[in-house]
Design a protein around this ligand. Structure first.
Ligand SMILES: Cc1cc2nc3c(=O)[nH]c(=O)nc-3n(C[C@H](O)[C@H](O)[C@H](O)COP(=O)(O)O)c2cc1C
Length: 322
C-alpha cells in the first residue's frame, strides 16, 4: 500500500524520508537537493560551517529545488544562534536540532514562523519538545551515526516515545537500511516517517571523498565502534587508524584550537579538523562517523535509486496505520 506523506508545519514531503543532516560538509546542497527532488526532506549539515558558507549553500539549494530543504544544527556549537538565524535569513524551510536541547529555539521558530524539529533520545525530552512547540520529533537511537544520546536500540526506545507524543509527527532514526525496515518501523511501531543518513553517504551525489565512501563500503560489523567526542558525548564511527590511536591512549590533541567551535570542548582532539580530514580524503587521520548498520550496504547508488528501492520495498509490505 502507498506510503503516507509527511507533513511538518506547512511543508509536505511526498515520501516520508528525511535525509539526516551530516556535518561537516558531508551533507551539503549536493545531496540535499536530489533528496528534496525525490520527494523527501533534504538536510544540509550546518554545524561547524562559517555562517556565510552555510547561507550560500542554503541559497544554492533553494534555487535548485521546490522541494523541502532543512538545516541541521547541533546545540553544542558555540555559534548555534548565529547559524540558526543565518539559516532562517537564507531561506531554510525548517531547522532540525540535536546534540543538546535548546528551549529558546522554539521562541525563534514561532517568531520567524519556521518549523523546529527536535532530535531526542528519551520520552522526557520528546514530551518537552512537543510541549514547547516542536513541529516534529526525531527519535534517534543507538544505531545512528555521529553523536549519540542513548545506548538503547531503535526498537527498544521508539515505543516508549510513541506513547508520549500525540500531536506532531514522530520520525524514527538509526540503523535503517532498506524499505522493509522502514515499513516495519511505520507499521509496527507507529512512526510517521524515517530519517536515514548512512545510506545517503553511499550515494553518487554525496560530496564526501571517494576514500570516505570506500571506508563505508569496506567496514565490517566489528569496524563500527563507539568513540568519545570532545563534545562530551559518545559517537559512532568507523575504526580508522586515528580511532585506533585514541583507543591506545596516544596523544591526538591538536596543537592549538583553530576553530573554537564548541560551547564546551574536552580538547582531546579537534573534531572539526578530524571530520574535515576524512571528508576530503585523509581517512587515516580522520573521524568517519557512521551508523551501526553501514556494513550491510555494499553499493553506491544514485539518490533516485535509493528512493525507488525504499519506496518499492516499503510499499510491498506497508499497511495503513489504524
Ligand atoms: C557522517 C555522519 C555525520 C552526521 N552528522 C550529524 C550532525 O551533524 N548532526 C546530527 O544531528 N546528526 C548527525 N548524524 C546523524 C544522522 O543525521 C542520522 O540521524 C543517523 O545517522 C541515522 O542513522 P543511519 O546513519 O544509520 O541512517 C550524522 C551521521 C553520519 C553518518
Amino acid at each position: 500500500m502507498k506510503l503516507p506523506e509527511l507533513t511538518i508545519g506547512s511543508f509536505v514531503a511526498r515520501i516520508p524520508i528525511i535525509q539526516g543532516g551530516m556535518s561537516i560538509r558531508v551533507s551539503t546542497s549536493a545531496l540535499a537537493v536530489p533528496v528534496a527532488e525525490c520527494g523527501g526532506i533534504g538536510t544540509i549539515g550546518g554545524s561547524g560551517l562559517p555562517v556565510a558558507e552555510l547561507q550560500e549553500d542554503i541559497r544554492r539549494a533553494k534555487q535548485a529545488t521546490d522541494g523541502v530543504i532543512a538545516v541541521n544544527i547541533m546545540y553544542a556549537m558555540k555559534d548555534f544562534y548565529n547559524l540558526v538565524m543565518g539559516s532562517i535569513e537564507a531561506g531554510a524551510d525548517m531547522i532540525i536540532t540535536g546534540a543538546g536541547f535548546s528551549r529558546d529555539i522554539f521562541k525563534i521558530g514561532k517568531k520567524h514562523n519556521i518549523p523546529i524539529v527536535s532530535i531526542v533520545s528519551s520520552p522526557a525530552f520528546a514530551k518537552l519538545a512537543e510541549k514547547l512547540g516542536a513541529a516534529a520529533i526525531i527519535v534517534e537511537a543507538a544505531e545512528a551515526g555521529g553523536h549519540l544520546g542513548t545506548d538503547k536500540s531503535l526498537r527498544d526506545i521508539f515505543p516508549s516515545i510513541r506513547k508520549v507524543v500525540s500531536k506532531v509527527p514522530l520520525i524514527a532514526a538509526g540503523g535503517i537500511t532498506n524499505g522493509f525496515e522502514m515499513a516495519e518501523i511505520m507499521d509496527k511501531f507507529g512512526a510517521d516517517g524515517i530519517q536515514i543518513a548512512s545510506r545517503f553517504v553511499l550515494s553518487k551525489e554525496c560530496s564526501v571523498s571517494q576514500k570516505f565512501k570506500e571506508a563505508f563500503l569496506e567496514a565490517k560489523k566489528e569496524d563500527i565502534v563507539l568513540v568519545q567526542s570532545p563534545v562530551g558525548m559518545t559517537g559512532r564511527a568507523i575504526k580508522t587508524p586515528f580511532v585506533e590511536q585514541m583507543e591506545r591512549g596516544d596523544d591526538v590533541a591538536a596543537k592549538e584550537c583553530k576553530f573554537k567551535c564548541l560551547k564546551k570542548c574536552s580538547y582531546k582532539y579537534c573534531i572539526n579538523d578530524r571530520l574535515m580530514a576524512s571528508c576530503t580524503g585523509d581517512v587515516d587521520d580522520g573521524l568517519v562517523f557512521s551508523g551501526a548498520n553501514t556494513w550491510k550496504m555494499d553499493e553506491i547508488l544514485p539518490v533516485q535509486e535509493i528512493f525507488d528501492r525504499f519506496v518499492h520495498e516499503a510499499e510491498s509490505v506497508y499497511k495503513e496505520k489504524k
